[in-house]
Design a protein around this ligand. Structure first.
Ligand SMILES: [Fe+2]
Length: 408
């Protein structure tokens, strides 16, 4: 299926993610990300790699070369101290051109981009081989910058999946049959009030915006055990609420959703996705509830285990992963769909930008809402209970749903 000999799902096998020593682990993380990128793009024809499928998204070939450029910048130039391999820095700097302008730039062709990312990787692995990872430099401590590059590439795979979802043509994918569940857990869980430790002090994998770990008080609250489903959201739509992106009606009146270009009957038991923050907030108010704050979400998620992160091409049915429940009995927090929270994206007390201000700092403020948890398109290397994602409150092309809460 893939020119690398590794398929999209094989790229996620634990053996590739859990090797014996630090340098081997970092190299395996980079290899897993690359295998996933190449396997994802392999069935896409060149004309669809260079096309602009939506003004919200870059051409896929831009993401591919940008992943290589970011790796070159940090691993080859900065850590390795080597000369540039590419003389077109401004094309692949995410802050120089808006996504909608990128198809018109003199980008590398798909073949050149694949060749470029290969050459960068060869140099990056040689740098990894020779550097000291226990040096005093916080970039290198525990291999931080190498893990950051793998994490960045995995995040772009999710971005590319969102682009492929907006493409008119169908993307060829096969999903295992959805897990069958007839469970009906209690609809909501009570989380006690009090202080808890929010964020992390980890400097080996976490991003700057997850630090510092700090005490946060929340009052007691109730939170949905499961994410809001398509079936529940449909009741809101029938009461006049705005439907999610990618829903439509057939001539016979039945509801379908389009997934990676494939039309399917709307699965009522799946978590709803492709809703904006505004839609999620409107649903919650219609239901007499509210969105949880970011702090409430993180407290409710203490002890949650990952499920359906990069395992399927869509969310698993609500209620199908009781084993992943948090200490508070809340399910499907890490995986399936990102979850909108009520909160703006703000720094934690003691925040320091690291290793560059453009990852988080320039986005702080009331323009963005925080999402938590990770979706079916998120790799386990690119989320955790403390991970913070953010987007504009009107966006719905991302794989985002939500759950609701109320005061305790
Ligand atoms: Fe990027």
């Amino acid at each position: 299926m893939s020119c690398t000999g590794v398929t999209f799902s094989e790229a996620l096998r634990p053996s590739l993610l859990d090797p014996p020593d630090l340098k081997a682990g970092l190299a395996a993380g980079l290899a897993a990300a690359r295998a996933r990128t190449l396997a994802l793009l392999e069935p896409v024809p060149d004309e669809d790699l260079v096309a602009q499928h939506s003004p919200l998204m870059s051409p896929l070939v831009w993401d591919l070369a940008h992943v290589g450029f970011f790796e070159e910048l940090w691993l080859v130039r900065r850590v390795g101290g080597e000369a540039p391999l590419l003389d077109r820095d401004e094309l692949y700097d995410a802050f120089r051109h808006g996504r909608s302008e990128r198809a018109a730039l003199p980008l590398l062709t798909p073949r050149e981009a694949r060749d470029y990312v290969d050459r960068v990787r060869e140099r990056a692995l040689a740098v990894l081989e020779r550097v000291e990872l226990d040096a005093g430099d916080p970039l290198l401590r525990d291999g931080y910058v190498f893990a950051m590059i793998a994490q960045h590439e995995q995040q772009h795979v999710e971005t590319m999946l969102a682009t492929l979802n907006l493409r008119a043509a169908e993307y060829p994918f096969e999903d295992p049959a959805p897990p069958v569940t007839a469970r009906r857990p209690p609809p909501e869980q009570l989380v006690d009030g009090g202080t808890f430790l929010m964020g992390t002090d980890d400097r080996s994998r976490a991003y700057d915006n997850e630090r510092l770990r700090h005490e946060r008080h929340v009052d007691a609250f109730w939170i949905d055990t499961l994410p809001v489903t398509n079936g529940a959201y449909l009741e809101f739509v029938e009461a006049g609420g705005e439907p999610p992106q990618f829903w439509s009606r057939e001539a016979d009146g039945s509801l379908v959703r389009t997934r990676l270009g494939r039309r399917e009957r709307l699965p009522l038991d799946e978590p709803v996705q492709h809703v904006s923050w505004r839609q999620a907030d409107a649903f919650a108010r219609w239901a007499g509830r509210r969105l949880p704050t970011e702090a409430e979400w993180e407290k409710a998620a203490q002890g949650a285990r990952p499920g359906n992160l990069a395992e399927r091409f869509g969310p698993a049915p609500a209620g199908s992963d009781p084993d992943g429940a948090s200490d508070w009995g809340v399910e499907q927090l890490l995986g399936d769909v990102w979850e909108w929270t009520a909160s703006d994206f703000e720094p934690y007390p003691g925040f320091e930008a690291f290793p560059y201000a453009e990852y988080s700092e320039v986005f702080f403020g009331d323009g963005y809402k925080v999402l938590r948890g990770g979706s079916w398109a998120t790799h386990p290397a690119a989320t955790r209970v403390t991970f913070r994602n953010w987007d504009f409150p009107v966006r719905r092309q991302i794989f985002a749903g939500f759950r609701t809460a109320r005061d305790g």
